[in-house]
Design a protein around this ligand. Sequence first.
Ligand code: SF4
Length: 550
Amino acid sequence: MCRMTHDNTGPVISKFLSLQCSKLDNPRQLIFALDHDVQNQSATNLTKYKKIEAFAKEHGVDFYPAGRGIGHQIVVEEGYAWPGKMVVASDSHSNHYGGVGCLGTAIVRTDAAGIWATGKFWWQIPRVVQVSLDGRLSPGVTGKDVIVALAGLFNKDEVLNAAIEFTGPGIEHISIDERLTIANMTTEWGAVAGVFPVDEKLEEWYRGIFKKTAMRYLSKDGESHPRLNEARLQETVSAKPTADPGAHYASRLSLDLSTLVPYVSGPNSVKVATALPTLMNPPIKINKAYLVSCTNSRASDIASAAAVLKGKKVADGVEFYIAAASSRVQEDAEAAGDWQTLIDAGAKTLPAGCGPCIGLGVGLLEKGEVGISATNRNYKGRMGHPEAIAYLASPAVVAASAAKGVICGPDSLDMNALPKYEKPIISIVEEKSTPVAAVDEASLEPLLPGFPEYFEGPLVFAPQDNLTTDGMYPGKYTYQDDITPERQAEVVMGKSSYLYIERRLTGRKLRPRIRGYRPRPQIYPLHNFIHLSIRLNPLFRLQFRNRFIP
Ligand code: SF4
């Protein structure tokens, strides 16, 4: 099992040291990849990055500096995630690795510190949902459209907290890059993992990478390095992990790919998805367009945008930002001439890294602006101002929209040739759940001595279903390691946060006490609290609520 941390490595180091640990259980399995705030050249950020690098050097951890790329891209590109394995990372989009048949899932920073110290990780096996992709995509319809449509069409939490197993005859026609995009955005769909099968297409893809890179990393320390190599690939593809015959699924969903048209997600929610031809009427003007992120900024995505913009210019009044998923991706796109095509069209380049995807650095959405992005999240405030509007689409649609200044498809997309369905054909079959075996109390882990049996404290009401990570604690604050608890509290309870609603609505009324141990504020959330979040630390700052709730 490999474990990746990024800009949040600093807080994980602090956690690790606070556990009175000084030695990593297995440094070979860790990766530090600095990717989120890479445009930030402040002394504070550079010092933070230097400290992470020094820790990596001291402990023998593989380290990827700012500018090398987005952690998830590096984990796949450098062969840390490979079929049939499990990889965790302290980032919500660890589902990404499912694109190469690897079980990827997110952990929080505290989990990461625990893993560093003990090498162990407990994972509650989630319910498993089978998603069958049938038929074949029409020309101009992409993997991004598949996941945007799935999240919008199955938007009643059908896969919430489930692990998805993708199956079906349509998969063989979906490229590995597209599978990575789909797996990546299973996070937004609500799943904890989304895994594609190991097939010949995947094997071929790996063979291509082997040929190109000569598996450069093997020269480091050969077989002992926990990365993919020829022998490991051979072992995996011959074993081809598959579900047991007669395996039980919580439910089975299906999408007929041949009935799908390009889809656009939003505004400001992945639960809303609209067929592009419908969304184009009346035209929606945009101010900014983005081809950045681990979701859709690989060489094939850049090539797709370049094909649309070749010989064209970004529309007046529109800014189009591009950042490759990694420096190697950028090298490939430069070698193919695609990077220059986008620059010639007027695109503004950013360093390989997250940047605007998480609302950091230049080019963010300003108040009242509309943006279209090939990233994975369009939540309020995610890519800039909370009063901006964000849509998500494929790289080709993003590039076409940048050129015309309104949301649209590329000129090459023949709308008349697209499948004529009002809605793609989907189905859902709920399986009868098998009775859960009675828990053997004796087999449970005992509580640690002194761990309270009950908790008590005033209740803080969060009256918002599907409260997202960005709705509670925007990314721009997440990577300020020196932020004070008081300032965190201000953000969590601030005007643009949903918890502010509690402040206005409930005042002092909702303060029942429950039996317990120590009076600390308890959150009373509605459905799906902090949807998709691994940013839990700010919640601990509710202890300062009295400053904000009269
Ligand atoms: S989703 Fe965006 S912020 Fe998160 S890892 Fe990917 S590029 Fe970075």
